[in-house]
Ligand binder design. Sequence first.
Ligand code: CA
Ligand code: ZN
Length: 295
Amino acid sequence: MIIKDQIIYAMGENRESAVRVPQNQIITFHTRDCFNNQVTSEEYVMDSLDWDHINPATGPVYVEGAKAGDVLKVEILEIELEEEGTMCCLPGDGVLGPDVQQSSVKKVPVRDGVCLFDGIQIPANPMIGVIGVAPAGDPVPCGTPGSHGGNMDNTKVAAGSILYLPVFHDGAYFACGDVHACMGDGEIMVSGVEIGAKVKVRFEVIRGISIEDPRLEDKACIYTIASDKDLEKAVYKATKAMCGVLEKNLNYSLNEAGMLMSACGNLQFCQVVDPERTVRMAIPKAVCGCVLPRK
Ligand code: CA
Ligand code: ZN
């Protein structure tokens, strides 16, 4: 099943036109880049960008059987990139935004799994920047992350990973977009190598467990993820969520779980440049194999 022409600019909008999709089937989303494919060359003048129509996400889809309070399991099976990515720098945006004098655009060809930044070869790490469900309250612009997912810009949201999202509304209303051919943790100048893609996912609904914020696992680690306007609050939320996982699944006290994280948990930036900052706490699977609380 292919979802391609349906686009939203805020998670939670256009629910009435959501396509129904079954669980346990491969669903392919054709995604546009975060500039809505408007930045066509390095000569493009960023001032002419239509800022009301950026960060498009493809969807939403109504996942059959998902009920409010469930967990939506999203297996990321494959991310097929287009052939050229786009980056930009904008005055005022990103960690060095105050130092940027004028905007500029860079095109980054992607060939055989390699991103060509001038003569520098950067291995592609295809990842999904915007991915989530309809939030509990009003629609949230796709450029903003939160408990519903959204613009988390998490380099670990890649093929082979499994993302767990809280479900706030029956059907979940999942959407995704903003794929990056590669991105450094932090996304310090607000763009990765922005690129269109075909994303294959598979949904499953998990009943009897609720989570407050997204969680993730890949081959190596489990991750709790949290976003907040205040980076330190995001750090606290992600750490506290992982503490809960270790308390419950390893039968540890808070002190023991805290020391275990202090010994082998890695606190990592997803991005530090969006309207809310996003971080993750990683624990090796050899230490704790399950990121959801045991039923
Ligand atoms: Ca993004
Ligand atoms: Zn992006």
